[in-house]
Ligand binder design. Structure first.
Ligand SMILES: [Zn+2]
Ligand SMILES: [Zn+2]
Length: 461
């Protein structure tokens, strides 16, 4: 690498200060995140806008985290990129210390060797296919760590990645990267792409939104990992081949694994939106016998099954444990039994309902962000023919990933011991354009179109 003299002196002073700091630090050594300029190297994202979005995200993050035990290092080999970021940062940084966010001219994989800067976490961009070698840096990583890393990446994240999300992978302790560079984890980012000769290009407007998301995911992941927590990416997108078909739905009431979901760690659903929550379900748990048959379908000592007051389909019931549990966010591994019991009750209801009308198909599951207090599992027929289905939010809450099959919750509890969802991500799903859950019909723009379309499906079935 050719170094300009000016740059060399800057590096020397960095060398001094880092060695001093390292001595000072002792056990709590400085934790650094090394990252490239996201989406500008091969994603064709305009540099000035990218720098603005990046700097804003970093500023927000640093304002929230005033600790001195970490810093963020933007590393690029092109000084032009660094200059644009530096200018932007000066403009917006307010009272934030220069030390917290620095730019370095160098190679992320040789930062310690070349500049004496040890980054425990570095960032590498990838595509939603999670393939290595699709850009310069990921090629270099692949050359160093080979197929081991690729296998680990596939093992941890078997599903396609979501654009804007971060996927951390620990690197082997016996690898050169760890021994020589001190790198412990690589945070893979699925960053937005605007380059039309690469897969899945998006418009500038969309890319801006996704770049913001990408920077936030990167920083959140770093923060969790730095603090010894696990960072779990939000749900990976549903593969096109997994699109729900009537057959799928039929199979789902058996024990087929549901669409892949893995929750995110940072926010708990129980803490948010509690203002809108209400307790209408609790009286059913406390005194089911006080309600008429038209409201309570069944109850025993452990469960109560009620008809949803605003059914979104021909048959729509709620299976509720009588024990007080606010929502899925409170479930722990030991509640697996309870979830399985809910599923069993749900299967029993489905059997009863299908006996009355064999045409009905069902799904049972939970809303990622529930609107009612007290854990409840929806058992809902897939016709979605009901006057109470009135808007996009209603529709999307049962036909997008916002609706999580009971098997999905089971799997998450088994694998991760708890269920945590990123509220923002899931609430955004409610705004998705209307889409038929059974076919690829393109003409559905408004709820009345959808209702007509659903009637057609019902009549054909
Ligand atoms: Zn609900
Ligand atoms: Zn359709």
């Amino acid at each position: 690498m050719n170094k300009r003299p000016q740059q060399l002196s800057a590096e020397l002073s960095e060398n001094n200060s880092t060695s001093k700091r390292r001595k000072m630090d002792g056990q709590n050594r400085l934790v650094r995140l090394g990252f490239p300029s996201i989406s500008t190297n091969f994603g064709d994202f305009p540099l000035d806008i990218a720098a603005e979005i990046g700097c804003e995200a970093i500023k927000e993050f640093l304002k929230l985290h005033r600790e001195f035990d970490f810093n963020l290092i933007l590393t690029e080999q092109d000084s032009k990129v660094l200059n644009v970021f530096e200018l932007k940062w000066k403009e917006i940084k307010d009272d934030l210390e220069d030390f917290k966010f620095q730019t370095k001219n160098g190679n992320l994989l040789r930062l310690k060797n070349d500049l004496g800067i040890e980054c425990r976490f570095i960032v590498v961009e990838t595509t939603w296919r999670m393939k290595l070698g699709t850009n310069k840096l990921s090629k270099q990583i692949f050359d160093v760590l080979g197929s081991k890393l690729h296998e680990e990446l596939k093992r941890l994240y078997p599903n396609p990645g979501v654009v804007g999300e971060a996927y951390p992978v620990k690197i082997p302790k016996d690898s050169d990267l760890h021994i020589n560079e001190g790198i412990e984890q690589i945070i893979f980012l699925v960053s937005p792409n605007m380059n039309t000769s690469r897969p899945d290009p998006v418009s500038l407007e969309k890319a801006k939104e996704l770049l913001r998301k990408t920077y936030n995911s990167m920083l959140n992941a770093f923060w969790e990992l730095k603090n010894g927590q696990e960072y779990r990416p939000i749900a990976t997108k549903r593969d096109e081949s997994q699109k729900v078909s009537a057959f799928d739905i039929l199979m789902k009431s058996a024990s087929k694994p549901s669409p892949k979901i893995s929750p995110e760690s940072s926010r708990r659903t129980s803490k948010v939106g509690s203002g809108e929550w209400n307790n209408v379900l609790l009286p059913y748990c406390q005194k089911p016998e006080a309600f008429p048959k038209s409201e309570v379908y069944y109850y025993d000592n452990e469960f109560v099954i009620i008809f949803d007051k605003y059914p979104k389909a021909k048959k729509h019931l709620l299976v509720i444990p009588r024990k007080q549990i606010d929502n899925i966010g409170e479930l722990k591994k030991q509640d697996l039994e309870l979830v399985r019991a809910l599923k069993e009750k749900g299967q029993w209801v489905i059997k009863k309902m299908k006996h009355e009308n064999p045409k009905l198909l069902f799904r049972m599951g939970f809303h990622a962000v529930p609107s009612l207090r007290q854990l409840h599992m929806h058992v809902i027929s897939q016709d979605f023919i009901s006057p109470s289905l009135k808007n996009k939010k209603h529709w999307n809450s049962f036909t997008t990933e916002f609706f999580i099959d009971v098997e999905g919750i089971e799997r998450i509890l088994e694998e991760q011991g708890e269920v945590k969802f990123n509220k923002t991500y899931y609430e955004d799903l409610l705004k998705s354009p209307l889409k038929c859950h059974l076919c690829d019909a393109k003409s559905i723009k408004f709820i009345p179109d959808l209702k007509k379309h659903l009637e057609e499906h019902w009549n054909e079935s």
